[in-house]
Write a protein that binds this ligand. Structure first.
Ligand code: FMN
Length: 243
């Protein structure tokens, strides 16, 4: 296959998916272009793909699905029988319908899936789950492999979000970083300590990258989620590749 341009496309609030997409895209082409769909303002991608291009597309798993915002932004990207490698990154619990959902979105938009992977990363809410993944062994495995069967079910499982909405505390200096970086546009510029819980997707981007470490979620709720996940998801899950 002669590749004209390689592009890595990702939605990645806490950057694990971005690292994986970049790693694979650059394995094909050191000069691969990268396009970030995470940002609320910079999210859309207008590009005329051809069948000589290659795209590597990644999204995290939220509740066994890909985030609705990621799906919405990916649906705007049109291929022309363009080969695509797809991946989901998930926090050592389960990826359920997410990879299938990603495959279906891209196929509906005229991409041809030539490789797919479900890869483990540190859980972006409970860091002890899947801690430090991907590790060296994972990176060694992340090579690639036409896709026949991807697990998952249609209709997809329902995901209604989780009740973890980060807020700013007294350390907030209203620098506006989180306002600009929030993928969902859920943090008001005038009062960044607040968060619009109807818009928030609980992705933890603001918590992870706040320069003042002034953002967090309700400790009691986090404790409950943490307890449940640590109990059920402490075994080491394996990366899965589909040919
Ligand atoms: C709101 C939310 C829901 C999540 N749901 C799942 C899940 O269903 N299964 C799982 O294994 N990990 C889940 N995770 C963990 C993420 O899929 C994982 O940490 C992913 O690598 C984050 O990608 P990113 O670093 O590109 O943002 C969830 C994380 C968040 C923030």
């Amino acid at each position: 296959m002669k590749i004209a341009n390689t592009m890595g496309i990702y939605f990645s609030p806490t950057e694990h998916t971005r690292e994986m997409v970049q790693h694979i895209a650059e394995a094909f082409n050191r000069n691969a272009h990268l396009h970030d769909l995470t940002s609320y303002e910079r999210g859309n991608l207008e590009y005329d793909f051809t069948r000589q291009d290659l795209v590597v597309v990644g999204a995290p798993v939220y509740g066994g699905r890909i985030p609705a915002l990621a799906a919405e932004r990916l649906q705007q990207i049109k291929g022309a029988q363009t080969p695509a490698i797809i991946l989901v990154s998930y926090g050592n619990r389960a990826y359920e319908d997410a990879l299938l959902e990603l495959k279906n979105i891209l196929e509906q938009n005229q991409f041809v899936i030539i490789g797919a992977a479900a890869l483990i990363a540190e859980h972006s809410i409970v860091h002890e789950v899947g801690q430090d993944r991907p590790d060296d062994a994972d990176w060694q495995e992340i090579g690639l492999s036409q896709v026949e069967h991807i697990p998952g079910n249609v209709p997809y499982r329902t995901y209604n979000g989780i009740p973890l909405t980060p807020k700013g505390d007294h350390n907030c200096v209203k620098c506006g970083f989180c306002v600009r970086e929030c993928p969902a546009g859920a943090i008001p510029a005038a009062d960044p300590q607040k968060t619009d819980s109807k818009r928030c997707i609980s992705c933890m981007r603001c918590v992870t990258y706040c320069p003042q470490q002034a953002r967090s979620v309700n400790r009691l709720l986090l404790g409950m989620v943490s307890h449940k996940l640590r109990k059920k998801c402490s075994m080491r899950c394996k990366n899965e590749f589909f040919i």
